[in-house]
Design a protein around this ligand. Structure first.
Ligand code: GLN
Length: 215
């Protein structure tokens, strides 16, 4: 089993912890606010919230560099603002830009759905998670970003959103996996569906076991 941390500087971290607590392979689910806590976990979730606020607090508490180092070698999943922080490039940022943790070879557009649709729910297909149109995943989008480009062949697209009510893309990418890194534009922790959390824990366990075997 593994200990999973949830970055708890701002945003929807408690909801992630509650879902993780019902997964048998998770020995502990803990909030992460400092380097000691970051050092004590096997895998990390970066939650939704405001990516600018999370980045500011992380910078002030000296966590940005340790987070970058963690993400290079340990399983990490970013949801919504967390996905923005894991991207190597973000568009529509604040004046002067904003700090990112990086690690994922993707470009994201923040607040892609603008003010006309601040939040909505859509049942979507997700690779590895759903098998047919009868078990779609309830994806909750809240001032959500989308993935506007994939910048490496190592990035696998797991889900797209058919946006027939949005002017932007016809099928925006909303979930990706790159090795030990996972990102979703939506908020699985705000639903009762724990399939993505279980998937992340499995990806993390497989990755950490493989690393152990290589030693
Ligand atoms: N709009 C937020 C940002 O840009 C993300 C919203 C969310 O995490 N629900 O950081």
């Amino acid at each position: 089993s593994i200990c999973v941390g949830v970055l708890a500087l701002q945003g929807a971290f408690l909801e992630h912890i509650h879902i993780l607590q019902r997964i048998p392979q998770v020995s502990r689910a803990v909030p992460v606010r400092n380097i000691e806590q970051l050092d004590s976990i096997d895998a990390l979730i970066i939650p939704g919230g405001e990516s600018t606020a999370i980045a500011l607090v992380a910078e002030r508490s000296g966590l940005i560099e340790p987070l970058r180092e963690f993400v290079r070698s340990k399983p990490t999943w970013g949801t919504c603002a967390g996905m923005i922080l894991l991207a190597n490039k973000a568009n529509k940022t604040k004046k002067g830009g904003q700090s990112l943790i990086g690690g994922l070879d993707i470009t994201v557009n923040r607040n892609e759905f603008g003010s006309q649709i601040n939040s909505f729910e859509s049942a979507i297909q997700i690779k590895h998670i759903t098998t047919s149109s009868s078990d779609l995943f309830p994806a909750v989008f809240i001032r959500a970003p989308i993935i506007s480009s994939i910048n490496s062949p190592d990035v696998a697209v797991l889900a797209r959103l058919q946006c027939n009510n949005v002017e932007t893309d016809v099928s925006a990418i909303v979930a990706v996996k790159q090795g030990h890194l996972l990102a979703t534009a939506f908020h699985p922790e705000l639903t009762n569906d724990d399939r993505l959390h279980r998937f992340f824990v499995k990806v993390a366990l497989d990755f950490l076991n493989e690393q152990k075997n290589e030693l």
